[in-house]
Design a protein around this ligand. Structure first.
Ligand SMILES: Nc1nc2c(ncn2[C@@H]2O[C@H](COP(=O)(O)OP(=O)(O)OP(=O)(O)O)[C@@H](O)[C@H]2O)c(=O)[nH]1
Ligand SMILES: Nc1ccn([C@H]2C[C@H](O)[C@@H](COP(=O)(O)OP(=O)(O)O)O2)c(=O)n1
Ligand SMILES: [Mg+2]
Length: 195
């Protein structure tokens, strides 16, 4: 089964909540035709289905916590396989959330070619999420949960970036300033929204 993904080009997209991961991924899809898989979107789709598993997931996400590793990984793998015949590569948005998740992904699916690090200041992220919360209908776009998501990001997810820096696959795009600070690859040169 995993054979289908043997030569898949994989890009992890990592950044804090509201840093703009989803927004940047859309731009890459438009330019490079990659398949965008947002782990958060996959989880929200499961919640929307009304399944028993979805109900459990909703409770976890509403608290700003992480859902169990295996659940997310299985969903991502399933979605990747479904697109394997047509995909030029995959943008895995919002995963890994902790070093362990990255290790498991590599064991069960494969190694990433690149990690795109979408960087934004905490203040910027909070402001954007509060604004998005006015219309998103997302149960976790509220002040209290945003704070928990941020704390968890700094504690669990930032170490993921340091982990992959060791193998020099991290490309950073800064969403704090008007212009992109770092345009280190073809991939990031398409990332040009104003903050
Ligand atoms: N002004 C400005 N707003 C942006 C930019 N990128 C994203 N946003 C807005 O910020 C909010 C968060 O962006 P998303 O792309 O949803 O961020 P995300 O990192 O996917 O966030 P999660 O879905 O919480 O993981 C959205 O309302 C976007 O419209 C940017 O470069 N400039
Ligand atoms: N790999 C993942 C991705 C998302 N989640 C859960 C926890 C997150 O707060 C929610 C929403 O994820 P999403 O990536 O859409 O949003 P944030 O970056 O947290 O704002 O889903 C998870 O537990 N594990
Ligand atoms: Mg998103």
């Amino acid at each position: 089964m995993t054979d289908k993904l043997k030569d898949a080009k994989i890009v992890f997209v990592v950044g804090g909540p509201g840093s703009g991961k989803g927004t940047q991924c859309e731009k890459i899809v438009a330019k490079y035709g990659y398949t965008h898989l947002s782990s958060g979107d996959l989880l929200r789709a499961e919640v929307a289905s009304g399944s028993e598993r979805g109900k459990q997931l909703q409770a976890i996400m509403q608290k700003g916590e992480l859902v169990p590793l295996d659940t997310v990984l299985d969903m991502i793998k399933e979605a990747m396989i479904a697109k394997a015949d047509v995909s030029k590569g995959y943008l895995i948005d919002g995963y890994p959330r902790e070093v362990k998740q990255g290790e498991e992904f590599e064991k069960k699916i494969g190694a990433p070619a690149l990690l795109l690090y979408v960087d934004a200041k905490a203040e910027t992220m909070v402001k954007r999420l509060m604004k998005r919360g006015e219309t998103s209908g997302r149960a976790d776009d509220n002040e209290e949960t945003i704070k928990k998501r941020l704390d968890l990001y700094y504690k669990a997810t930032e170490p993921v970036i340091a982990y992959y820096e060791k193998c020099s696959i991290v490309r950073k795009v800064s969403r704090n300033t008007e212009r992109n600070m770092m345009l280190q690859s073809n991939m990031t040169s398409v990332l040009s929204l104003t903050p």
